[in-house]
Ligand binder design. Structure first.
Ligand code: FNR
Length: 187
């Protein structure tokens, strides 16, 4: 099984990008997770879309998502909601083009996130739900993982410092993989 873990932060040293890498490390053995970021995606501009089509980076990410069995969004929280840069990326990715009409409809999607606060992106995660409904993703709500106090959650090498959080992430990834297997039984 192939998954994409998309981090919604541009920050060097991002907790969410670290969490995406940890999701890859702690996924079940037969699940290969590729970490992607939103670097290189311009601000959405409907005129540019009409004149130039989708930006190269958007097309590349759409292709990567199409080739995967599921998508894990790793979201920061800004002002108790979705960071604009991440929403902008998803807005671009939701646009149809001649090759790939839609990448989100029916696609298994899971959500996690990390923040230095005590509530670990709970409001940002909730804010994604109406977006997922509109995009008609196949959202996995069977697990919830909020990494709070993120400044202390990762060690020097970027791995999760607390074995209990590691275990939670392992369980989360196994649950998402099982959900995808149920949704798309292998031939
Ligand atoms: C934040 N941050 C933040 N954190 C949080 O838990 N709840 C919040 O509402 C906000 N609001 C907020 C607004 C803005 C404009 C910024 C720039 C930041 C802090 C945020 O969680 C922190 O910067 C994280 O480090 C962002 O994630 P990455 O970049 O480390 O992945």
């Amino acid at each position: 099984m192939k998954l994409i873990a998309l981090s919604g932060s541009l920050r060097h040293g991002s907790f969410n990008t670290k969490l995406a890498h940890e999701a890859a490390r702690l996924a079940p053995e037969d699940v290969h997770v590729t970490v992607e970021t939103i670097h290189g995606i311009p601000l959405y501009d409907a005129d540019a879309e009409v004149q130039e089509g989708l930006p190269e980076r958007v097309t590349a990410l759409k292709n990567a998502i199409m080739a995967a069995d599921g998508l894990l969004l790793v979201t920061p929280e800004y002002n108790n909601s979705i960071p604009g840069v991440f929403k902008n990326a998803i807005d671009w990715l939701s646009r149809p083009d001649a090759d790939i009409k839609r990448v989100f409809g029916g696609r298994p999607v899971a959500l996690t996130g990390a923040s230095p606060g005590g509530f670990g992106t709970i409001l940002s995660q909730n804010a994604w739900l109406p977006v997922f409904r509109t995009l008609k993703v196949n959202f996995w709500s069977g697990g919830r993982l909020l990494v709070s106090r993120a400044q202390g959650a990762f060690g020097e090498s970027g791995t999760l410092a607390n074995p209990a959080t590691e275990e939670q992430l392992k369980t989360f990834m196994a649950g998402f993989a099982a959900f995808i297997r149920m949704a798309q039984p292998e031939p």
